[in-house]
Design a protein. Sequence first.
Length: 703
Amino acid sequence: MNTQFRLSVLTTACLSITYSSMALAETSAQDQTKTLDTIVVTASREGESINNTPAAISKITSQDIENKHATFIGQLLNQTPGVLMNDLGNEQHMMSIRQPITTSAVYQYLEDGISIRPVGVFNHNALYEVNLAGIDSIEILRGPASSLYGSNAIGGTINFLTKAPSLTPTADLGLSASSEGYRRLDFGASNTFDTEYGEHGLRLSAYASDRGDSWQDHAESNKQSVTLRHDWRISDATQIKNIFSYNHLKTDMTGSLNAEDFNKRPGYSYQTFTYREVDSTRLSSQINHQWNDQQQSQLTVYYRDNTTDQNPSYNIRTDVKDKKPTGTYSGQTTYNAFQSYGLNLQHSISFDQVKLIVGAMADHSPNQAQTNDIEVFRDPNTLVYTGYKQRQLLRDFKVDVNNQAFYTQANWQALPNLNLVGGARYDWISYDFDNKLVPSKVTGAPDGKRSFHKASPQLGFVWNITPELDLYSNWSQGFVPPEVSSLYGANLVTPDLKEATFNNIDAGLRFKVLDDRLDGEITLYRLQGKDEVLSYTKPDNTREPRNAGKTLHQGIEIGGTWKLSERYDQRLKVSGSIAKHEYKEFQPSSTLNYSDNTMPSSPKSFGTIEYQIKPIPALLLSAEGIYVGSYWINDANTEKYDGHTILNLRANYRKNAYEVYGQIINAADVHYAESTSYSNNQASYTPAAPRTYLLGLRYHFGK
């Protein structure tokens, strides 16, 4: 379907829901919000006060999301301690949480507690499969959480919690545009109404964006996202939540530049035909039933359908023979699709001072993949890749991915101000590989099965020293099985890759001091990895997965909000990290030993500081500084990126139903790179956007 058709369907659906919501209204009472202790669900899969949670967890509230008017999820996540999400353009990204800036499968991305992707099919860009317009809050749990969520929950777990339906009819319509070709339409509508079969709530949240001509060549894109949530309150004891989410993204892929072009013409692109097209559909239904004051059960069933078709810029490379460039170029087009059928059953029981949670899950995800080899043509003068020609089908296979698990967690209120938490999970993961081609050195390994199983324990405590001061510590283990692409994507013989395991210990302090004017957290952590799967670039410029012997990640994370003055509601928000990520044992060949070197793309420090002021109640002004320190870009620690500091300015005016907002991103017009890499004995840079102006208008109905 073309963009115009998608937009017309989206608009029609939006208008239909608006009319229905207004027509079903019978009252005009306003939604009421009662401020309590911060409640988080990610650390236990059930709502619980953060004061009882022995984990490094942060929450981005609905008010934070509304104030920021983010066009990229990283603009929100980077406000939290220890989180750095870089922008590769058109919602593509990489992440750093207790890890280097990486594409590795060391994060869990959830929507209402359900993983966006199944085990073995991680995508570092997976957050472009989230509809931010339908998100009410975001919780970030740092460090391994495998005792609850299984594999990949190592560096961090990010849970996007969808917006619940409003009690009365509401709707909003927004338009925004930037000086660099970005345009966006937002729409939302919601209502709750009574029937003889119970109380029903509906909310539709959608947006469509488009990026046309801009500072950068070959960088156009469009995205359409829709989230529909239905809440059915059958009785006080029984509720059902149904969520449908669809995201489509089609984007050019600009790739990176050499040092000279990055410095002299950062908007230049060598690419003319590389692209990525993604369709992601998720459907889930969750029933909650409270048997009595002590027991409740939760059953979730879900379905995923995802396809990614791409001719990626990162697959285009210089051919190398005998360690010398041949002057020819090649690449690969790839296709990947999976469908998932899953369920999660959980029961909790409370008795005396103990709360016990037990659960089980099962996920069946058939995965299909194809890879085509292409010959690439390049103009030697302009360095532009002018075209390509299909050569041969390299891979055509199916892998049935299965994951079953049991988990439990116990919370013991040992003393009135001391809560002890222990948990464990056991996972069985299997890959059933079916090669649709005749096995060979080109077409891959013969049919086969691989399985992995792992126990993931966790222990922690939180001591409420005073109502304003919490001390906590947590020890946990996590693991990551090899990815499907690592096992079956490259070699005739399936690589003998082990699952990576991690041991983490952290200790933190949460506090509210100065009459609650200063609210913050400080966390120390030490994360030891064994057999991490890394992408190693061989002398012929091809990549293959390798297990690194041992790695060490350790550092300090800080965050806080200081209410400077009640006058004009002045606030200062700070978040950041100081860390070191290093190989302890990594010898990829007999002649190369990177042990005790710093891992590439791991800045020693990064952080944000933001000043907010309301000169009048309807106007919020903010200035935000973002700092990323220098870091090595190669395993040998001989090439370095110097880091950068940028300034963002925002203004948001809201009066009754009308809202207007403006932003100046990279206000000082700093020239910097979002990411860097090193291959063929040279550095490559992904340039960041120059100074960008954005203006938005929004009208809120029924508020």
